[in-house]
Design a protein around this ligand. Structure first.
Ligand SMILES: [Ca+2]
Ligand SMILES: [Ca+2]
Ligand SMILES: [Ca+2]
Ligand SMILES: [Ca+2]
Ligand SMILES: [Zn+2]
Ligand SMILES: [Zn+2]
Length: 440
């Protein structure tokens, strides 16, 4: 993870224990890649393996990344260093998401590989000092990869460190998945990009294959037909997870919140977006949010605040708000609470009268799952559920033109779930859709 450490601080991300590990391991004779050994999949591995990736930022021009090597203080043969860097860049380039172009020494570059030694004040990283390699830069997009000249290096460790750090250069943060290249601990078995690394890369830059556990990001045509607006959030919605769309940090752009809905201890993630509904970054995982004896809901209160509600079976609940950084846990004053998803403690006695969300319904009894002005006539249109098949809902837009009883039929959408919000704050609604979207 990367953290802002003050105006002048250089942001950095490091690998742990590289010095010790790098020094202790024997140089591989060929430098060739071996099959990584995966950790065994125990019961805890499921929750430890989510989220598959985190996002620190997005490079504006991933197809034209100029790079060079600064050979000063290089403790290994410069050509060997260059070869390891190129091999690592090629792994990322082979995905089609990025292209690296070498430039002459001293030329302007988006990425500089260089060496540092020992005390190293200009890069500060939050996790572990003494890392032998880290990516650094000012702001969310990093520009330099520093290798520690005092560590022992061989072809394999140079390659593994470069592979991980280039992931940071491309905007990926650390993954909690132990076998991912972007895992936060140094491991010389991490020689190939995993599905988790690829899910992150495709979420930032597009590409990859659609899957049921993606969250697709769509715009709507004038009749409500969804059209892909931005790369999907790949593999972020494992079974039993819930999501919602609302502005958790109050910056005016709606965020996507994902958390476990199966009453297991589990983390929560927030995904926030920039212009054209492209992902800007992820925040989290916030841990200890969901608990085995509670249902967790995130919803807007009627006053517009975002509220996280932990509800027990008897209706007692703990409500907390989100701070300006979008982090849950701010205590809320006691008193009546009414959420827009239907949960309510109207008398303020600490017990909900309604424990599970209830969607509002139309006069004819159709469940309203979302509202937005999709045809741009200034009047809210409503998405209602008309049927369900095999776990998916058949939803239909009612284009109301201001008259709640005179609804023209809009597009029909079939998907598992759909939330609507304005992710990029441009006034035009986006849909966030679970499951492969079908329309007609
Ligand atoms: Ca926001
Ligand atoms: Ca009550
Ligand atoms: Ca409308
Ligand atoms: Ca928008
Ligand atoms: Zn790292
Ligand atoms: Zn540094």
């Amino acid at each position: 993870m990367l953290t802002r450490l003050g105006v002048l601080a250089v942001l950095a991300c490091s690998l742990i224990g590289c010095g010790e590990n790098g020094g202790a391991s024997a140089p591989p004779s060929t430098g060739g890649d071996s099959t990584p050994s995966w950790p065994s999949e125990g019961p805890r591995a499921v929750s430890a393996a989510w989220p598959p990736f985190t996002v620190m930022g997005r490079r504006a021009h991933p197809g034209n990344l100029k790079w060079r090597i600064d050979p000063a203080d290089c403790p290994v043969a410069p050509e060997r260093f260059r070869e390891a860097a190129i091999r690592a860049m090629n792994r990322w380039q082979d995905t089609g998401a990025a292209r690296f172009i070498e430039v002459e020494p001293a030329r302007q570059a988006d990425l500089v590989f260089s060496w540092h030694g020992g005390e190293h004040d200009e890069c500060r990283f939050i996790e572990w000092d003494g890392g032998v390699a880290h990516a650094a830069g000012e702001g969310p997009v990093l520009a330099v990869i520093h290798f520690n000249k005092d560590a022992d290096w061989d072809r394999r460790s140079l390659f593994c460190a470069a592979l991980h750090e280039i992931g940071h250069i491309l905007g990926l943060g650390h993954s909690p998945v132990a076998h991912a290249v972007m895992y936060g601990g140094y491991d010389e078995t991490h020689v190939a990009l995993t599905e988790h690394d690829l899910a992150g890369l495709h979420t930032i830059y597009g590409g990859g294959e659609d899957a049921e556990n993606d969250l697709a990001i769509v715009h709507f045509d004038a009749d409500g037909t969804p059209k892909t607006a931005a790369p999907a959030l790949r593999r972020v919605l494992p079974a039993d997870c819930r999501f919602t769309v609302l502005d958790a940090n109050g910056d005016g752009n709606d965020d996507v919140m994902v958390w476990r809905g199966d009453r297991k201890l589990g983390p929560m993630m927030r995904y926030s977006f920039m212009i054209n509904a492209r992902i800007e970054k992820s925040t989290g995982p916030f841990v200890g949010i969901t608990r085995p004896d509670r249902d967790t809901w995130v919803a807007e209160a009627q006053n517009g605040d975002t509220v996280l509600l932990d509800v027990r079976d008897d209706g007692r609940y703990v409500a907390s708000g989100f701070n300006d950084a979008g982090i849950p846990g701010e205590p809320l004053p006691k008193g009546p609470l009414v959420l827009r998803n239907g949960l309510a403690d109207r008398d303020g006695d600490g017990v909900l009268e309604q424990r599970t969300p209830l969607s509002p319904c139309t006069a004819s009894g159709q469940k309203i799952v979302a509202s937005a002005d999709v045809d741009g006539d200034g009047h809210e249109d409503r998405l209602v559920v008309s049927d369900s098949v095999r776990g998916s809902f058949i939803m239909k837009w009612l284009l109301t033109a201001g008259d709640p009883n005179g609804a023209a039929a809009g597009a029909t959408i079939t998907a598992k779930s759909l939330c609507v919000g304005d992710l990029d704050g441009d006034g035009r609604p986006e849909g966030v859709v679970q499951g492969l979207v079908k329309t007609r």
